[in-house]
Write a protein that binds this ligand. Structure first.
Ligand SMILES: *Cc1c(COP(=O)(O)O)cnc(C)c1O
Length: 419
């Protein structure tokens, strides 16, 4: 049954598009929860990002943010390639966008993954340790024709305080990611010195440059400051070891503000800053590999309010689904922005439960107090059982990072608009 919908009373805090709103209004209750993607929004955003970047900057998409095949395909025209971080992602992305260049990163690559990636002919290797270089060399020894292009992933000290404010720091402090700077020197020696433990295979491991992904959640200014340091360090490394620095990948991690969906990463300022950086360093190509900031805005998690109740003075709206589908607010400790989609019809003889305190916590169906999608949210004022809710910014690190099997509720539907 499709219910009639009232016009929304307020402006849209989750920036829901008309196409998504109409689509969700047309779904039957049993088709909820559903992820609804607006691929036209995604394509427009990605091409605006591409247009803001200088030509000598390559844009890769970090597939782990959202590997849905229609999402990968919609990005194809705007990106130069995709960054994959496992054998599973490698096979999946290859199938979804067959001709796209792939960069293969990630700590803890297994021998089987390394062999599969060599056979798949990935475009770039982000090598995380000396041991990984040895493993890669061992695979090449069995494949006399194979040649690989290597970037060394380095965990650079980016300066005291630079990453202190950042939610997810992968570098500049002890982490399992990449090579410490002194080990990077040793890895460069393995790759550049004519006689060494890698033997003749060394010549088929071509050192192209440096990769560093140091943090997520950075503003354009922070990104530029860090990119500057990564490039300067890489240039000095190449000078010390007399190798040609062809490329520097300065990573992803462009900030997304879940508290303010309208506030976007300043791609224009970032692109201009990268342009100035390239002027100072005429040699290498720069590469960036954002995930979240490309796809977060194109997805919505749509559901309906099953129940509204007052508990010790506070209103709770319980929705179909929950954090087992959309774990993002639980992992990050934020309230997911949402738009109510009021439903007029109430075909039941009993009183319709409604939020009356001016705010409510939106909880899911799981039997755990951690299953909260939005906490004490004013946007829930007046929300009733049977109303629908569209959680925005659900296009990245959403379904694919969630614990779907916990409590064995059904999976959500997936809908792709604007394809
Ligand atoms: C996760 C990851 C990215 C993307 O990070 P976002 O915060 O989604 O932009 C890029 N590079 C590497 C190596 C990563 O691990």
């Amino acid at each position: 049954m499709t219910a009639p919908f009232e016009a929304p009373a307020t402006s849209a805090p989750a920036s829901v598009t008309g196409a998504v709103r109409r689509h969700v209004a047309g779904l039957a209750a049993e088709q909820l929860p559903a992820y609804v993607y607006d691929l036209a929004v995604l394509r427009a955003h990605a091409s605006a990002v591409r247009a803001a970047l200088p030509e000598r900057v390559e844009l890769y998409y970090a597939a782990k943010a959202n590997p849905e095949a229609p999402v990968l395909a919609a990005l194809r025209d705007a990106v130069d390639g995709y960054e994959v971080s496992s054998g599973g992602e490698l096979a999946h992305v290859r199938a979804a966008v067959p001709d796209a260049p792939l960069a293969f990163g990630g700590p803890g690559k297994t021998p089987a993954e390394i062999a599969a990636a060599v056979d798949a002919g990935v475009h770039r290797w982000h090598v995380e340790s000396e041991q990984e270089l040895h493993r890669l060399a061992a695979v090449l020894a069995d494949r006399p024709e194979a040649v690989v292009d290597v970037l060394l992933r380095v965990n650079l000290p980016v300066g005291a305080g630079a990453l202190d404010s950042v939610a997810l720091a992968m570098g500049g402090r002890p982490t399992p990611f990449g090579l410490d700077p002194d080990r990077a020197e040793a890895a460069v020696r393995l790759l550049t010195e004519p006689v060494g433990p890698l033997g003749p295979v060394r010549r088929r491991l071509r050192l192209r440059g440096v990769h560093a992904h140091l943090a997520s959640g950075l503003t354009a200014g922070e990104q530029l400051a860090i990119a500057e340091r990564i490039v300067a360090w890489s240039v000095r490394l190449a000078e010390r070891h007399a190798f040609a620095l062809d490329e520097v990948n300065v990573g992803g991690g462009m900030a997304v503000d879940y508290g303010d969906p309208a506030a976007r990463f300043d791609w224009a300022a970032f692109g201009e800053g990268l342009g100035r950086l390239l002027e100072r360093h005429p040699g290498p190509v720069l590469r960036i590999e954002p995930g979240r900031a490309l796809t977060a805005y194109c997805g919505w998690y749509a559901t309906e309010v099953l129940d509204v109740k007052r508990s010790h003075g506070e209103d709770f709206a319980v929705v179909r689904g929950g954090t087992h589908h959309l774990r993002t607010p639980a992992t990050r400790g934020h309230s997911q922005p949402f738009d109510p989609l009021p439903v007029t019809a109430w075909p039941h003889p009993w009183t319709r439960p409604a939020v009356t305190t001016g705010r409510a916590t939106l909880a899911g169906q799981l039997c755990t107090p951690k299953d909260v999608l939005a906490h004490a949210a004013p946007a829930a004022a007046g929300l009733r059982a049977g109303d629908r809710v569209l959680f925005g910014m659900a296009g990245a690190y959403a379904f694919n990072i969630s614990h779907h099997d916990f409590l064995m509720h059904p999976r959500p539907g997936f809908h792709y608009l604007g394809g």
